[in-house]
Write a new protein. Structure first.
Ligand SMILES: NC(=O)c1ccc[n+]([C@@H]2O[C@H](COP(=O)([O-])OP(=O)(O)OC[C@H]3O[C@@H](n4cnc5c(N)ncnc54)[C@H](O)[C@@H]3O)[C@@H](O)[C@H]2O)c1
Length: 374
């Protein structure tokens, strides 16, 4: 009897593993060679971001790992260079919780990198941990920081068009509800954190939607991607230490491996022919319908305006980094436009501009944001 139960358990485990990692997350196809193109992946020192960066590096792209910790970022860049055999994987410092750091990253990037073809907003947090900030840290890291970064890097994305922006969102956006009267209120306690996480992921979906509208006709397309339920540190990081030994094997068994989680963001970054679906939400490498709150164009526009204020971008301001007003950033040094000396780090000298392949052969200009009516 026990042997039977064990056998059934093993079979079930194998089924779940295969189902989540191969059936639901088939390896993404898309453009085979990215030689001559540059990609930025935020939060690329672990989990889904690291696997996304690895795949881009394997295809020959120059990959910038935009990470908070120099030590972990440099270590990840080293690993990825080894694993991919591509020496064009570098680290640059970016802390999305600090608007000054976002600006410093953009300044460093624009002055050292001649190209930007793919921007993947992967970094995210699900909890504030022990940090107490006088603002909504989850919204800051998961949405406002990426919003500002996109604005600052737009000129480079435009000159390299056709180019793409991928915002790693989550199915949790379905539980999100944006309260515009208290968007930036500090988050206290795990219940508020869960809510704020879902809200920030809804903000990701609305951001991709509005960005697509604003960029129509520029050759830049953007997508919100759900990686699936992935076995990463995102949630385990905040679980009490004594619970981890119990949860880790369970998570390994029932959740997708980070490599599987990377497939939908990669699909959005690389798949030919999805340009008419710019602004849409993807899961399991397919476009998916979202709930009314996530396809509310008025809310998307309102969020855009609110995000501009929270990111320190003035009304009608162009996205040129040098023209941005000084942001108010409680967690940042007093001179945001002066780069932090320790943050302006590039682990390798930039390469000379390379011959870029003709992307117009594999992509088309965006004409419509196609979406069936509910
Ligand atoms: N793991 C899942 O089941 C799951 C499900 C849906 C969506 N997601 C999303 O996938 C993305 C990647 O998450 P993951 O599961 O790989 O977790 P992870 O914790 O391994 O990766 C998150 C990355 O973001 C970085 N990061 C955190 N705060 C940062 C900051 N202030 N500045 C710069 N980088 C910062 C971390 O250092 C880390 O590298 C997140 O946006 C997450 O919301 C994950």
């Amino acid at each position: 009897m026990e042997a039977l139960l064990l056998g059934a358990g093993l079979l079930l485990g194998a089924y779940v593993l295969v189902y989540y990692n191969l059936v639901k997350a088939p390896p993404c196809g898309g453009i085979a060679s990215l030689r001559g193109r540059t990609a930025v992946v935020t939060g690329a020192n672990s989990g889904i971001g690291k696997m996304t960066a690895l795949e881009l590096a394997r295809r020959g792209a120059r990959v910038v790992l935009a990470c908070r910790s120099r030590e972990r970022g440099e270590a990840a860049a080293f690993d990825l260079r080894q694993e991919s055999g591509n020496n064009e994987v570098i680290f640059m410092a970016l802390d999305l919780a600090s608007l000054a750091s976002v600006r410093a990253f953009a300044t460093a990037f624009l002055s050292s990198e001649p190209r930007l073809d793919i921007l993947i907003h992967n970094a995210g947090i699900s909890s504030c941990g022990r940090t107490h900030k006088p603002f909504n840290l989850l919204l800051r890291v998961n949405h406002i920081g990426p919003f500002l970064l996109t604005h600052l890097l737009l000129p480079r994305l435009k000159t390299c068009a056709p180019s793409r922006v991928v915002v790693v969102s989550s199915a949790a956006h379905r539980r999100g509800r944006l309260d515009f009267t208290r968007l930036d209120r500090p988050v206290v306690g795990w219940r508020q954190e869960l809510r704020a996480y879902a809200d920030s992921k809804l903000a990701n979906v609305l951001f991709a939607r509005e960005l697509a509208t604003q960029l129509e006709g520029t050759g830049i397309t953007c997508y919100a991607a759900h990686p699936g339920p992935v076995n990463s540190e995102l949630f385990l990081r905040h679980v009490p230490g004594w619970l981890c030994p119990l949860l880790r094997p369970l998570a390994w068994l029932v959740l997708r491996a980070p490599r599987g989680g990377a497939q939908t963001p990669l699909y959005c970054a690389l798949q030919e022919g999805i340009e008419p679906l710019s602004g849409r939400y993807f899961a399991n490498c397919h476009v998916e319908e979202v709930p009314p709150a996530a396809r509310d164009d008025r809310a998307a526009h309102r969020l855009w305006e609110a995000s501009k204020r929270l990111a320190g971008l003035g009304p009608g301001e162009e996205a040129e980094p040098d023209e941005d007003p000084q942001p108010e950033d409680p967690g940042a040094p007093s001179s945001p436009s002066s780069p932090h000396p320790e943050e302006l780090t590039v682990s390798e000298p930039h390469p000379s501009p390379q011959n870029s392949p003709d992307l117009s052969k594999v992509t088309r200009r965006i004409h419509v944001k196609a979406e069936p009516e509910p």
